[in-house]
Design a binder for this molecule. Sequence first.
Ligand SMILES: N=c1c2ncn([C@@H]3O[C@H](COP(=O)(O)OP(=O)(O)OP(=O)(O)O)[C@@H](O)[C@H]3O)c2ncn1[C@@H]1O[C@H](COP(=O)(O)O)[C@@H](O)[C@H]1O
Length: 106
Amino acid sequence: MSDLLARLEATIQARKTADPESSWTAKLLAKGPEKCAEKFGEEAVEAIIEAVKNDRAKLASEAADVLYHLMVMLAARDVTLAEVYAVLEQREGTSGIAEKAARPGA
Ligand SMILES: N=c1c2ncn([C@@H]3O[C@H](COP(=O)(O)OP(=O)(O)OP(=O)(O)O)[C@@H](O)[C@H]3O)c2ncn1[C@@H]1O[C@H](COP(=O)(O)O)[C@@H](O)[C@H]1O
């Protein structure tokens, strides 16, 4: 499954230099990191709405939009999936409570 995210990351990376007229991703990236972040926020809200309504199919679809737009937002700020995985791996096996206590400002 993570291969799919790695492939999506590579596609998004390639879209950074693509013609904005030829691709939705290239068009979004051309609008800048702030617009990518705004779009991610919109998609997250749409997923929240489906979670509250308890519509499983629509939630899965909105979650896919959220993941895609998260990847675009990360790419817009040059944050790689490997960096995100590294944080998750560091947290793996620790309890959420211990992780929160170790976080600065928690
Ligand atoms: N996973 C996705 C994906 N998920 C959602 N979207 C697009 O994200 C957009 C968001 O939907 P909206 O209804 O909010 O879009 P909108 O109303 O046109 O946007 P606004 O004008 O309101 O900002 C839609 O146009 C979707 O097609 C995606 N576009 C691309 N991908 C992946 O990215 C790859 C490259 O896509 P292109 O860059 O378009 O070639 C694709 O092969 C897919 O794997």
